[in-house]
Design a protein around this ligand. Structure first.
Ligand SMILES: Cc1ncc(COP(=O)(O)O)c(C=O)c1O
Length: 369
């Protein structure tokens, strides 16, 4: 075996390690869920995108098994060759009804999806305006498009508007995450849609973390804000518990993607059995009246706990006492706390002052113990 790449790898890994950035894989010994097993330890899982617990839901698993018995494991080809099946069509029709859109095209994931969608819409001589905190898949999609890319200040409609005043472009496209994956904040979709309309620009919204979570029916931030962009990219591997993604758009735009999105044209499509499982997942998302309310009750409980610990911390600080709020994941959900660390150097007066401030915080209902 040639060792050229091996030498490159060792050199680069040493460099990554020296910067303290070396990452490694950690295999789970259990299905995805609120409690997982890693390295012989059971852990409460606050790191998954399986927001509705559908990844191992027995009803979705059952649909997958039935699908496997009917279709086998793999699709065998891309959609345009012989990978297209009734199961793909059923899932697309189900998602189009759920999204209230003319057409839907399945994608092999949000990442490959965005790599295909952006270059299918724009190319040389065009302009793409992209939020500075967009996901890597949109950043890479913009690079592949070979259009001029303007990266603008995060969630700032005025910055988008300024970038769109550029002239001499054939087409202009605005791309944004709906919910930003690292900060959890939301794009100002209504003002962005207005800016796009003013400048004749198309709008592509990546709903990866909003699909199944936001909106009255759970289709995402566009639904929640009443915005109808040109393209919505939703994911099937996060709240819907499976794998893959989809583009919701007009029939013509979807037909263009079928013809031009290279990650669709040149890649084996999703297994048909998975499409059957995902139809069951979308059915549950729409019809299980408990799923989304349970998620939102948990979010409110958690955020409420965080807020109280932070408010108590701020209250004490105003009274000259520094005690930091310790929040999940450092401690379990619902047990956020103030962590007092005593020192031999503290005077009795200082301790009494802290106790007094704490008594006041208790009187305000900010601490319970
Ligand atoms: C905003 C955004 N878009 C796209 C993706 C990629 O989606 P997928 O995991 O389906 O490839 C992610 C994944 O975290 C994301 O956060």
């Amino acid at each position: 075996m040639s060792e050229v790449a091996d030498a490159w790898a060792r050199e680069d890994l040493t460099d990554i390690d020296r910067k303290g950035l070396l990452r490694s894989l950690e295999p789970l010994a259990s299905p995805q869920g609120p409690v997982i097993r890693i390295g012989g330890q059971s852990l409460i899982n606050f790191s998954s995108n399986d927001y509705l617990g559908l990844a191992a839901d027995p009803r979705v698993v059952r649909a997958f098994v039935v699908g496997l018995e009917r279709w086998g494991v793999g699709a065998g080809a891309s959609r345009l060759v012989v990978g297209d099946t009734d199961a793909h069509r059923r899932l697309e029709a189900r998602l189009a009804a759920f999204e209230g859109t003319e057409a839907v095209l399945l994608l092999n994931g949000g990442y490959p999806g965005n790599l295909g969608l952006v270059p299918a819409l724009v190319g040389r001589g065009d302009l793409v305006v992209s939020d500075a905190l967009n996901h890597a898949s949109l950043i890479d999609g913009c690079r592949l498009a070979r259009a001029e890319v303007a990266i603008v200040a995060h969630a700032d409609p005025d910055a988008f508007a300024r970038a769109l005043t550029g002239t001499g472009f054939r087409r202009k496209l605005v791309v944004t995450d709906a919910v930003f994956s690292m900060d959890g904040d939301q794009a100002p979709l209504a003002p962005l849609a207005e800016v796009c309309a003013r400048h004749g620009a198309a709008l592509l919204v990546d709903e990866a973390h909003a699909t199944g979570v936001l909106g009255a029916r759970g289709s995402g931030l566009c639904e929640a804000t009443g915005v109808r962009p040109d393209v919505r990219m939703g994911t099937l591997g996060k709240a819907l518990g499976g794998f893959g993604a989809y583009a919701a758009a007009s029939r013509a735009v979807v037909e263009l993607f079928v013809n031009r999105a290279r990650s669709v044209v040149f890649s084996t499509t999703l297994p048909p059995a998975l499409c059957e499982a995902l139809v069951a997942a979308v059915d549950l998302l729409e019809h299980d009246a408990e799923l989304r309310p349970r998620l939102w009750r948990n979010i409110h409980r958690f955020v409420g706990g965080l807020r109280r610990a932070l408010r108590a911390s701020a209250f004490l600080r105003e009274r000259g006492v520094l005690v930091k709020a310790i929040r999940p994941p450092t401690v379990a959900e619902g047990t956020s706390r103030l962590r007092f660390a005593l020192s031999a150097g503290h005077t009795e007066a200082q301790i009494d002052h802290a106790l007094h401030a704490l008594e006041e915080a208790r009187a305000h209902g900010l601490v319970t113990a």
